[in-house]
Design a binder for this molecule. Structure first.
Ligand SMILES: [Zn+2]
Ligand SMILES: [Zn+2]
Length: 380
């Protein structure tokens, strides 16, 4: 960390706060990608590729010696929510906010790029991946992989780093195998027979069927899944009648399913598809479950995880067996293409991710950048 000049850190803080002030969403990031590409060029990248995966930006920096090509990933998009902080650099775009620290991820990686481009004191090639659309199911990582990121740049393995409130400040935390859950979306349509709410005997109430389905879904976790396997089924929306005196002909339930391995994922999908129509049938109704696989498990390749943890340990305190989180990331799409590892950088106590009062802690910019620099100096 001593290697990063104070004026460079100040530049990175200014850049981070500017990105924070002007959040953009999903793939629609014209200002953000412009700044990232321009900064990569100004700070000495050998090559800057724009428009990978629609609006992704990639910088390439070759080291002094031959060695593997490694991807270092940051995400660029903000969230569709209003900021509640009173910060001088609070969002100037109503309904958009950098509440997941992606402004900080960009600044950390750009600061590291500046040092890598200046020193060249590493082996191999650093491919700095700035991806769009991590939030809101945008799957920007999938878009970049499908657009040839891995083959075009010759990426042999890829690492990702995410800020994490609640972990000790500055601590690097990771684990082998699943670190963040797969996130799938669930939609169940129940068709009954509508009518007057005072005459239920003439109706088939789809909302009552939903209630039974809702309860039964929880039994998949307690009775079908192995007790040591992780799984979450959360029904979060039920839509039916818009009138208190009318039984609707149809109700729709929506929710999310989270798992840490493919076996649990397959089992939950199979059980709920079997259970839903059978329960409805018992009430004389019909029901259909649609199960959409959104984000895969963020799967940490054991050897790549060890490499990442060893590099981080040269900079900061580490926890190499952090508990997995049932929140999700689209980083798993890279892991399906090349060995990958994902880690957290602790931010201490304070508002959590996606909280309207969240703000990235600029004191962590040099720590995060130094982890990236250590990764490259360990890259042999
Ligand atoms: Zn997020
Ligand atoms: Zn995030």
């Amino acid at each position: 960390m001593d290697d990063l000049p104070a004026d460079w850190i100040a530049d990175a803080v200014a850049l981070r706060q500017d990105l924070h002030r002007h959040p953009e969403l999903l793939f629609d990031l014209p200002r953000t990608t412009g700044i990232v590409a321009q900064t990569l060029r100004a700070w000495g990248c050998d090559e800057v590729v724009e428009g990978i995966g629609r609006s992704g930006v990639v910088g390439v920096i070759k080291g002094r010696n031959a060695g593997p090509t490694i991807g270092l990933r940051a995400d660029m998009d903000a969230l569709p929510m209003s900021e509640a902080t009173q910060l001088p650099y609070a969002s100037q775009s109503a309904g958009k906010m950098h509440a997941c620290g992606h402004d900080g991820h960009m600044a950390m990686l750009l600061l590291a790029a500046r040092k890598l481009a200046q020193s060249r004191d590493f082996a191999g090639t650093a491919v700095l991946v700035f991806q769009p659309a991590e939030e809101n199911g945008g799957a920007g990582a999938r878009a970049m992989v499908q657009d040839g990121l891995i083959e075009r740049l010759g990426v042999e393995r890829i690492l990702g780093l995410h800020i994490m409130p609640g972990l000790p400040k500055g601590q690097f935390a990771t684990r082998s195998a699943g670190i963040m859950a797969a996130a799938d979306s669930l939609r169940i349509t129940v068709t009954g027979k509508g009518g007057h709410a005072g005459r239920p005997e003439t109706c088939i109430d789809p909302l009552l069927v939903c209630s039974h389905i809702h309860l039964a879904l929880q039994s998949i976790l307690s009775r079908n899944l192995e007790p040591t396997q992780a799984g979450v089924v959360s029904v979060t929306m039920i839509e039916a009648s818009d009138n208190e005196d009318t039984i609707a002909p149809q109700a729709i339930m929506r929710g999310t399913v989270r798992t840490l391995d493919e076996e649990a994922r397959d089992l939950i999908e199979a059980r709920l598809k079997a259970m839903v129509p059978a329960i409805a049938q018992g009430f004389g109704a019909e029901a259909e479950a649609t199960y959409l696989r959104d984000y895969p498990v963020t799967w940490n390749d054991p050897e790549t995880t060890e490499f990442f943890a060893n590099a981080a340990a040269k900079i900061t305190a580490i926890d190499s067996d952090t508990p997995p989180r049932m929140i999700s990331e689209d980083f798993g799409f890279y892991g399906a293409a090349v060995p990958a590892a994902f880690g957290f950088l602790g931010m201490g106590d304070g508002p959590g991710l996606h909280d309207p009062n969240f703000d990235f802690d600029d004191n962590l910019l040099p720590t995060g950048a130094s982890v990236w620099l250590s990764v490259m100096s360990c890259n042999t």
